[in-house]
Every structure is written in structure tokens, then in C-alpha cells.
Unconditional design. Structure first.
Length: 259
């Protein structure tokens, strides 16, 4: 009976030990499956933030480059169109001549005498030269060339209503319609400008910042050449303007005809 109890006691003791071992294994398994510690989470977040910041910087730089390239392409397009338009207008400039009797009767003596008048002006601390002249380069509203006849073409510069900078306007009116006085501003030729400069050169090469064929100093002639400079705001934090230059040789028949 004592041996039997000992045997039973031994068996019960072994069972308890096995149960304890199983309970300890479950506890360890539960402890191992709790998740990450706070330190591990912080390290993972730091690595994730570093990778995300690197990706954002790479994509942000790419998008900024794309935007800057698009803006410069628009500026180059505006500059090309504006230069071509101004060049065609000036190449067809009409030199001064005696006023016609009909013009004198309708608009008074001296009508049509100012063949070209360029003024050196400033707007908002930026060069904003204006130019007004008679030309055969009339453009109809539909975009096609007119049937002919002189027109008064004006280039004026005004500060932009939004975004800063200057806006260059072109007005094209047939001479018969413009005899009564100045018209409006016309249509926008280009914007985002940082300066508009017209420089005039006499036949001897002398340089002037203004010109008026009605002024005796001009001897009643058109300038031999007109240089045009357009400065555009580069944007993207760049303070240096983008400069575009061209020069137009005016018709050689630029001397006033005596009556």
C-alpha cells in the first residue's frame, strides 16, 4: 500500500511538472506574441520617415524642374511672338510726309506728321518705354492681313493688375479711325515683364533713348534702326530677368518730303 501510494504520488508529481512546463511554454508563447516594443516602433517610424522624406525631396525637385521648364517655355514663346510682331510692324513703318489736304480738312493742319514717336518711360521702377508710329502692317481682328492702307500702331506698357511685373499692349487702328485721338490700350501682347526698352539709332550710329519725327532734332526722318529689348521675370526665386533682344532696320525712305 505504501509503494502504491508512492507510485501514485510519483505519477501525480510528474503530471504536475508536465503541466507546469506546458503552462510555462504557453506563457512564453504569449509573451513572444505581444508585438513590438516602444523602442522598436520608434526606430521603425524613424526609418519610414527618412525614406518618405527622401522620396518626397526627389519628386518635389522633379516637379519644380518641370514647372520651371514649362514657365520658361511659355516665356520663350511669348518673347518670340512679341519680337516677330514688333519687327514686322517696324519694318513696314511709313516715313513722314506732307499732310494730305483731306487730312488737314478733317483733323487740322499737321495731321499725319508724327510718323514715329518713342518715349522713354518708367513704371514701378522698371523700364516701360512706349512707341507709336504709322505702319502698313495692319492686322485685322480675324488675324489676317488687312486690305491695305496705313494704320497707327501703338505699344504701351502698364503695371500688371495681379502678380506684379508689366504688361505690353499692342493697339492697331486704321489711320482714318485714329485721326480723332488716342484709342484704348489694345490687346495684351505679352506679360510677366520686368522691362521694355526701345533704343533708336540715327544713320550715323548715334544712340537715343527717345525719338520723335516731329522734333527738329530728328530732321524729319525715321531712325535708321530700332533695337528692342524685352525683360521677363524668371520666377522660381530667380531675381535675374530673362532678356531678349532684336534690332529692326527701318525703311530707307525716311526723309521728310518737302512741299
Amino acid at each position: 500500500m505504501i509503494a502504491l501510494r508512492r507510485g501514485e504520488g510519483g505519477e501525480n508529481g510528474g503530471g504536475r511538472r508536465r503541466a507546469a512546463r506546458r503552462a510555462g511554454g504557453v506563457a512564453r508563447a504569449l509573451a513572444d506574441g505581444r508585438g513590438f516594443t516602444l523602442l522598436e516602433i520608434l526606430v521603425a517610424l524613424f526609418i519610414f520617415g527618412t525614406v518618405l522624406a527622401a522620396i518626397y525631396a526627389a519628386y518635389g525637385g522633379t516637379f519644380r524642374l518641370i514647372g520651371a521648364t514649362r514657365d520658361q517655355a511659355e516665356i520663350y514663346q511669348m518673347a518670340r511672338v512679341a519680337m516677330e510682331r514688333i519687327g514686322e510692324d517696324l519694318a513696314a513703318a511709313i516715313p513722314p510726309g506732307p499732310p494730305e489736304p483731306e487730312a488737314e480738312a478733317e483733323a487740322g493742319a499737321g495731321a499725319g506728321e508724327v510718323a514715329l514717336a518713342g518715349v522713354d518711360e518708367v513704371a514701378g521702377g522698371m523700364a516701360a518705354d512706349t512707341l507709336r508710329f504709322r505702319s502698313l502692317a495692319h492686322v485685322a481682328l480675324a488675324g489676317a492681313r488687312g486690305a491695305g492702307g496705313p494704320a497707327v500702331i501703338s505699344y504701351t506698357v502698364q503695371p500688371a493688375a495681379e502678380g506684379g511685373g508689366l504688361v505690353l499692349y499692342r493697339e492697331d487702328r486704321p489711320e482714318a479711325e485714329s485721326a480723332g485721338g488716342e484709342g484704348g490700350r489694345g490687346y495684351v501682347l505679352c506679360d510677366r515683364l520686368a522691362g521694355v526698352n526701345f533704343t533708336y539709332y540715327a544713320e550715323g550710329g548715334e544712340e537715343y533713348d527717345h525719338w520723335d519725327t516731329a522734333d527738329p532734332a530728328s530732321q524729319g526722318r525715321l531712325p535708321a534702326r530700332v533695337a528692342v529689348e524685352l525683360q521677363f521675370q524668371a520666377g522660381n526665386g530667380d531675381t535675374r530677368p530673362l532678356k531678349f533682344r532684336t534690332a529692326v532696320v527701318l525703311p530707307a525712305r525716311g526723309e521728310r518730303q518737302e512741299e
